[in-house]
Design a protein around this ligand. Structure first.
Ligand SMILES: [Zn+2]
Length: 283
């Protein structure tokens, strides 16, 4: 269905990679094996900062257990709808899911937009390995995955029609480089009220999330949609899994965690900001 296109670049010398059997090669002799699960690791030692290595296996598992309960499925569907609207006039769009995590969103985006080809990247190898499990189990054929950094995207210039970034770091320069002229960017982040009720359990003075400032000066912002809906978590397991996948996991006292462990049911606001940008001319 898709013409064969070699879209990856060598993370060391930036030359285009070509695939031969199960290995991606560049003309300068750098090579990258395709893992048994089917992804390629294109993270250089420079990008492999241990302090910023992405989610570990425990966090990936907590995230997967929680996401598989589909509390965030309405968000995935709404975001796919926004992307579909932006790509109305593109026959076979190429979409990068930047910071794709363990693949819940990528796979749901790919199901909703079957004519698009998705390239998911994440800095966490454990997360990317799980993406492959998701596409094999779900029989999804329009996704490929690589271990890579959003700040050193392993793609050729002006390749993608759209980049989606769901709760992940945003890179002004790299996004502008790999998007086609007039390419679109969709950034999903928590809204001010997202999970406020969870914070009420954890903190004496819970605060609303501040709006994100991205510094995307190579883009024009066209729209922001606030998408909110209520959910009820009916088990301690779901509540703790959700907690483990939030940033609060790192900054909450042991005492507060004990308090949370006594909660069996939690009514929550899920709130998201879905922002749309267009790449400016001249970049
Ligand atoms: Zn190379």
């Amino acid at each position: 269905m898709f013409r064969v296109i070699y879209m990856y670049v060598c993370p060391i010398c930036k030359k285009r990679l070509r695939k031969l059997d199960n290995v991606w090669h560049c003309q300068n002799g750098h090579s990258f094996d395709i893992a048994r699960k089917g992804y390629v690791n294109l993270l250089t030692t420079k990008g492999r900062n241990p302090k910023n290595a992405g989610d570990n296996a425990e966090m990936v598992n907590a995230r997967t257990d929680f996401l598989d309960r589909n509390y965030y499925l309405p968000l995935a569907k709404k975001t796919a709808e926004v992307m579909g609207g932006l790509l109305e006039n593109v026959k076979q769009p190429y979409i990068i899911d930047s910071g794709c995590g363990e693949g819940f969103y990528t796979v749901n985006y790919a199901k909703a937009l079957p004519k698009a080809k998705f390239y998911g990247i994440d800095i966490s190898k454990a997360a990317v390995a799980h993406c492959m499990t998701r596409i094999h189990c779900g029989n999804i054929t329009n996704c490929e995955f690589a271990v890579a950094s959003s700040f050193q995207l392993p793609f050729i210039d002006k390749f993608a029609d759209l980049i989606v970034c769901t709760f992940a770091p945003v890179s002004n320069d790299e996004y502008a480089r790999v998007l086609k002229d007039g390419g679109k960017l969709v950034v999903v982040s928590p809204s001010p009220r997202h999970l406020f009720e969870l914070k009420e359990v954890l903190y004496e003075k819970p605060y609303e999330n501040k709006p994100n400032v991205y510094g995307l000066n190579k883009f024009d912002e066209s729209e922001e949609m606030i998408f909110e809906y209520p959910v009820v978590l009916e088990s301690q397991e779901d509540i703790l899994n959700l907690f483990t996948m939030t940033p609060y996991y790192y900054k909450t006292s042991a005492e507060a965690v004990e308090k949370l462990k006594k909660v069996n049911r939690l009514e929550l606001t899920c709130g998201f900001s879905i922002r749309t940008f267009t790449k400016k001319r001249g970049f």
